[in-house]
Unconditional design. Structure first.
Length: 433
């Protein structure tokens, strides 16, 4: 992933140095188990830990060896042997390359998940704080981009909080699903390595043994993991898109923080663009795009092939690094988001009471008017507001058919803004407990 959209902690998980260190730990833990079983000498296992653990693996040297062997795990084992010495012959006993690669990937995805979960916790905290801050900030709700009925900005943020809470729950399950270990040897039958070795390595690395590895861990687990990241990215885009719409000049109900010295356009000095949320929309597209190849990786040939390998070398780092950056950026946007309550009220009143049309419709039906006639009466007055800028309340009061069904006081009562926010506390209780 390019540095522009990367954060160091997540990048470090996918570095060659980290990968080789995990490979070593897998091999060394396996040696401990083999020593317990009497397959290799205990002193050999001890030597492997001491010399290999102190080794500074040379990524360039491993790459040079791989250029000849055309095999990354063999290249690593050859380099490791330079540090360990003669006891290196006991490393990788009964194992196959996928045991190392797949178990390492499980460790990396688990660590990446922990960072992403922390990211989500930070975002949830920011959403909760801002939601309560604007719990009673009345704004217009929109359907199809058109004024619908009043809500509050706090309710909008509470919706986002509830959505990202579900995202977090999904990621917890996806992390659990992906955290499996395979040390089962060629074709996954344990013919040359005891299942105890797998159990031991899994326990040491915080994983679970894969029930049936078939030489590789089944890729349905990975497909679900990356699909989960894609769903989280979609939720990022949903909130980012809302902010982008609210920042439009003719709306301007909320706005990304514009820092001192920031420039919005090389040509137009007046510009304050929603660049962060536009960026988040693009990043979300990238994360989602990586879910499909993960699903296509599920259908491998027989007990294994490596068609999945090249895909995962890219989507493993790229999806997690990109989503980590996106969640952090979104948290910053929410934390510093500028909110304009006066503009919210101004926009809501732009069509002079039109947002109360449903209340009048329902009141007419409750007064004995058929729904069809009630709809006709309300709509014909509403269209005068749309087309001529009339005042909705005044038009209703001047409509003889409406007045015949409803007294003036009751019509006026239907324009009470507080009616629409009376259940905000209930919504907040459901979301935040």
């Amino acid at each position: 992933m390019i540095p522009r959209y990367s954060r160091p902690e997540m990048v470090a998980i996918w570095s060659p140095e980290t990968r080789f260190r995990i490979w070593f730990e897998i091999e060394a833990h396996a040696c401990d188990a083999l020593a317990e079983l009497g397959v290799i000498p205990r002193e050999a296992a001890k030597t492997i830990w001491e010399k290999g653990g102190a080794a500074q693996f040379d990524v360039g040297k491993i790459d040079e060896i791989e250029a000849v062997t055309k095999h990354d795990v063999i290249a690593f084992l050859t380099h490791l042997a330079e540090f360990v010495g003669p006891d290196a012959r006991f490393i990788h006993q009964g194992m196959t390359s996928s045991d190392v690669l797949d178990t390492c990937l499980a460790v990396q995805l688990g660590r990446a998940s922990d960072i992403l979960l922390a990211d989500l916790d930070g975002l949830l905290a920011a959403l909760k704080r801002r939601a309560f801050e604007h719990k009673d900030t009345v704004t217009i709700g929109r359907s199809h981009g058109i004024h619908a009925e009043p809500t509050t900005f706090g309710v909008k943020l509470a919706q986002a909080y509830a959505e990202f809470s579900r995202c977090r729950e999904r990621l917890v399950h996806a992390r659990e699903d992906i955290a499996t270990c395979a040390i089962s040897g060629a074709i996954g039958t344990f013919a040359n390595i005891d299942p105890y070795v797998e159990e031991h390595v899994a326990k040491k690395l915080g994983l679970k043994p894969e029930p049936v590895s078939t030489q590789v861990i089944p890729r349905d687990r990975h497909a679900m993991f990356f699909a989960t990241l894609g769903v989280i990215a979609s939720s990022v885009e949903r909130l980012a898109t809302e902010i982008r719409h609210l920042q439009r000049t003719e709306v301007l109900e909320a706005e990304e923080y514009f820092s001192p010295g920031q420039k919005g356009s090389s040509a137009m000095p007046h510009k304050r663009n929603p660049v962060l949320t536009e960026n988040l929309t693009g990043l979300a597209r990238m994360v989602r795009s990586m879910a499909l190849p993960a699903m296509e990786n599920v259908a491998l040939w027989h007990e294994r092939d490596i068609s999945h390998s090249s895909v995962e070398r890219m989507i493993g780092p790229d999806a997690t690094i990109t989503l980590d950056f996106a969640l952090s950026r979104l948290t910053g946007v929410i934390d510093k988001l500028l909110v304009y309550p006066d503009n919210m009220l101004k926009n809501m009143n732009k069509f002079r009471g039109l947002v109360h049309s449903q209340r009048v419709l329902l009141a007419l039906t409750q007064a004995g008017v058929s729904r069809e006639d009630a709809y006709r009466l309300v709509q014909r007055n509403a269209m005068k507001v749309w087309e001529h800028g009339a005042d909705f309340l005044e038009e209703l009061l001047a409509d003889k058919e409406v007045i015949a069904a409803l007294p003036e006081a009751e019509i006026r009562e239907k324009f009470d803004l507080g009616y629409h926010t009376k259940h905000v506390d209930t919504i907040f209780k459901r979301v935040f407990g």
